[in-house]
Design a protein around this ligand. Sequence first.
Ligand SMILES: [Zn+2]
Ligand SMILES: [Zn+2]
Length: 162
Amino acid sequence: MNEPTPIRGRCLCGAVEFQLTPPTDFVAHCHCQSCRLAHASAVTTWTSVSLDRFHLSTGEELLRWYRSSACIEWGFCSICGSSMLYRAVQEGHPESPRLNCMYVAVGSLIDPIDQAPRVHVSFEESVSWLHYGDELPKHRAKTDEEVEDPIDSQETVASDLT
Ligand SMILES: [Zn+2]
Ligand SMILES: [Zn+2]
C-alpha cells in the first residue's frame, strides 16, 4: 500500500519544518481577532490533522509556544517569528478545539493542500477593508450559523462618499 505523500510546511527562515500526512480534516478561513493579531493578517486559513499525522521534521528546539489562554497555545519560530501552529492544551475553550490534533496555518505549507477551503468562520469579526468574492458560507464564530455578508453595508457607505 502506498503511503500518502506528505504535505510539507515551514517557517520563513526554514529553521522549523514539518509535515502533515493527508487527508487533512478541514480547511477554513478564520476571521477572528485572535488569528488576525497572531498572524498580523486579515484572515488565517487553517487546516488540522490528528497528532499522529503531524511530524516536526526540523527545529523542534526552536519552536516556541505562546499560551494566549488556559486552553490555547500558538506555535511560532523563535528565529523568524512565523506563526504556524495552534493547539488546545486543555478542555474548556468555548469553541472546543480538539485536544488530539494540530491546527496548521495553510499559509505555512509549501506543498499543495489536499482539499479546498469550504467555509469562512468567525466572519462577524472580519475586517472591513478586504472583500471575498467566493460563494463559501460565512459563519458566526465556529458555528454553523450564517452571518450576513457586511459587504452590502460597506457598499452603501462607499456610495455615500461619491
Ligand atoms: Zn523561522
Ligand atoms: Zn481565528
